[in-house]
Design a protein around this ligand. Sequence first.
Ligand SMILES: Cc1cc2nc3c(=O)[nH]c(=O)nc-3n(C[C@H](O)[C@H](O)[C@H](O)COP(=O)(O)OP(=O)(O)OC[C@H]3O[C@@H](n4cnc5c(N)ncnc54)[C@H](O)[C@@H]3O)c2cc1C
Length: 457
Amino acid sequence: MTTAVETFDTLRGKLTGTLALPGDPQYPALATGFNVAVTPKPLAVVEAADERDVAETVRFAAATGHAIAVQATGHGLVDPLEDAILVLTGRLGECVVHPEGWARVGAGVRWQQVIDAAAPHGLAPLSGSAPGVGVVGYTTGGGLGPVARTFGWASDRVRAVEIVTGDGELRRATPDEEPDLFWGVRGGKGALGIVTAIEFDLIPLTTLYAGALYFAAADAATVVHTWREWSASLSRAATTSLAFLQLPNAPGVPEPLAGKFTVAVRFAWTESAESGQAALTPLRAAATPVVDAVQTIPYTAIGMIHSDPADPMPFSEKAGLLSAFPAEAADALLAAAGPESGSPQVIVELRQLGGALAEAGEHPSALCHRDAGYSLILIGVPVPPVLPLLGPHAASVFTALDPWVTGGALPNVGSGTGAERIARSYDPATLERLTAIADRYDPANVFRAGQVPVRRA
Ligand SMILES: Cc1cc2nc3c(=O)[nH]c(=O)nc-3n(C[C@H](O)[C@H](O)[C@H](O)COP(=O)(O)OP(=O)(O)OC[C@H]3O[C@@H](n4cnc5c(N)ncnc54)[C@H](O)[C@@H]3O)c2cc1C
């Protein structure tokens, strides 16, 4: 009789990289990710050394009936992946910037590496708020970054992907080769396969007038209402978000923000600093910031706009989209999550969408919800004593905003898993087409684990 260990031993013998099973000494260090609230307990972890390892592992899963999950950094770790083989892409580290304006990177590369490699050429990638996030996971989910209203979704800048599909084949997808895969992988995340390398356009951008203004809790209502009216009048040179912060009194958190409720207004302006200063004047005049950190920054410092945590931490999220943010919605948000609400969330963030985000990409893709007005996300740290409060509070905020909640969600954000999340991420026609493509390229349904697979069991 063949035991599971012998079966995995067969796979191990075909790999250049590492395969670890529960109990193996390497397993605990490999089965982990950025979100330490979730402890992955996969059947096996494969740290792929190259795309051949990825293909061998997928073929093994298809032959044995196992599910596959993929991870670069664990920023999107949402469930323990108990019945899956977890493929780690961290060693796929190729990062080549072509000075004429595009980059090719391996699936293990994080944004900061591309940002730093592109900057000497006067170029920048459409990275997200946290430069430690993985390029492929982010881009395949759309990718909503700090300059998104000017330049649009990261997924619309993709030129090509190399992807191991569920039949274990390594394929190249471009607008002309494997066009269905090319359509689906931009928005479909890991539903169609494991991307091993991605090629995308860079933008000519070296500096920004950008950062954040932080206001005291006492000014929350004034700031929220000013932000609401002001942001509605901004040109697409501006990308902005509003966040209620309750940061801990912990090392690294600046004193004016530590242990207090504050309101952050994030701002990134892609034209001259002088015009950016003028555009920001109404917000600076709304109240006196406790910290004013908006200035001219090199693109390499883009992480300072949101100042997201860089080190692994426990978190849970609830996310959705709003159609609009009128005065009534601002009052509802303040009542449900503002300084007097007793909110247990560490961050309640509203990103203004629109601008280039509302436009169709050059090539159609599976990314939905381009017409949404705002992205709302609530982030909590799920440890006692707030642990039992987070879910009910997050639900109450969405209930309070119900008249403006679209029911949709972006595939990159939100802790939920399963059919409900999948249905919210895609409109019915997109989900139907994604599922049909998955049926064709992944007949054994190996890609049924991870952030938003389009098919479960
Ligand atoms: C602090 C923080 C800040 C963030 N900021 C933003 C932001 O500004 N904008 C935004 O859009 N999102 C943002 N996100 C969400 C983030 O983009 C997603 O969680 C994304 O999936 C993370 O990718 P990863 O590879 O780093 O994570 P991982 O946990 O390694 O992967 C998550 C998922 O990405 C997919 N994936 C990863 N690698 C591959 C691959 N090789 N092939 C196919 N699919 C793959 C899979 O579905 C996988 O389950 C943020 C998340 C965090 C925690």
